[in-house]
Design a protein around this ligand. Sequence first.
Ligand SMILES: [Zn+2]
Length: 139
Amino acid sequence: MSWTDTDLVEIRPARRGLGAFARVPIPRGRIVGAFQGPVARFPKGANGIEFGDTDLHMLLELYEDERQLIALTLPDLHEPVNRINHSCEPNCVLTGIHGLTMVAERDIAADEELTFDYRPITLYPIGVPCWCETPRCVL
Ligand SMILES: [Zn+2]
């Protein structure tokens, strides 16, 4: 399952639904959490990817071809790192060096919402609207 440094981050209400927020100032470069979860294989049928009854809250694509999607599933919605919302101007970045580790990309103030850019990873379902409202929003 995913892990969050809960000394630093907690779940709070966000503009839409819930988000992950800094409890204290977080310095640039600090690891705030890591994604981990069951990996699932979803076959492709005539109507596209067959997700069945999988919770589509967050799936990170690991591999896709014409027959299947293989994705990391993040089912634990009580884990703050799994609640980090998208922004086109994020303050966190997902690194692949030690697995899927979430790192503060800049200094983050206490009470600031943590965000990362979903675009470098493929996130299902596709077509989720962006609510980041930043001047550099590209979605
Ligand atoms: Zn945006």
